[in-house]
Design a protein around this ligand. Structure first.
Ligand SMILES: [Zn+2]
Length: 148
C-alpha cells in the first residue's frame, strides 16, 4: 500500500504493538487505548479498508478469531460480558481504515460503550497477554474446524 496505514506498519513491524496472536494471515493486538482490561483488535495482515471490502475468507477468519476470543473471555476467563464490533465508514465511527474487529471483555455493567478509554501501559499489556496467551490455541481450533 502506498497510503500511510498504521495497521500495515504494525503488520510490517515498523510500528510497535503488543501482539497476542499471529497466524493464518490474522493478527491480534492489544488496543492502544483500551476501554476495558483485555480490549483486543483482530485484523487481517492484508490491507482492506473495512468489512465491506474484505473478501469472504478474510472476513470469516477475522470474525471466527473474534468469536474464539469471546469464548476465551466468557468461558475460560469468566468475563460476565463481551462485545464484538467493527466500524465501517466514518459515519459509523471508523477511524483507522484497515479492517479490524474490536473484542471487548466487560468486567462491569456497560454504561457507555467507549467510556473509560485510557492509554495502555506496559504493565497492563503484560498482564493481559499473560492471562490470555495460553488459551489462544482455541483460535487455531476454530479456524481448522472450518478449514480456514
Ligand atoms: Zn493497512
Amino acid at each position: 500500500m502506498s497510503i500511510k496505514c498504521i495497521f500495515c506498519d504494525i503488520v510490517r513491524g515498523v510500528e510497535k504493538a503488543y501482539t497476542l496472536y499471529r497466524s493464518n494471515g490474522i493478527l491480534v493486538i492489544l488496543d492502544k487505548y483500551p476501554v476495558s482490561k483485555g480490549h483486543l483488535l483482530v485484523l487481517s495482515e492484508d490491507h482492506y479498508e473495512s468489512v465491506h471490502e474484505a473478501p469472504p475468507e478474510v472476513t470469516a477468519k477475522v470474525w471466527l478469531t473474534a468469536s474464539a476470543l469471546a469464548r476465551i473471555f466468557r468461558v475460560n476467563l469468566k468475563a460476565p460480558g463481551v462485545n464484538i464490533i467493527t466500524n465501517s465508514g466514518a459515519t459509523a465511527g471508523q477511524e483507522i481504515y484497515h479492517f479490524h474487529v474490536h473484542v471487548i471483555p466487560r468486567w462491569e455493567p456497560l454504561r457507555r460503550f467507549w467510556s473509560n478509554r485510557h492509554t495502555l501501559t506496559e504493565e497492563e499489556a503484560r498482564e493481559v497477554i499473560d492471562t490470555i496467551k495460553d488459551h489462544t490455541i482455541l483460535i487455531d481450533e476454530y479456524l481448522q474446524a472450518l478449514g480456514l
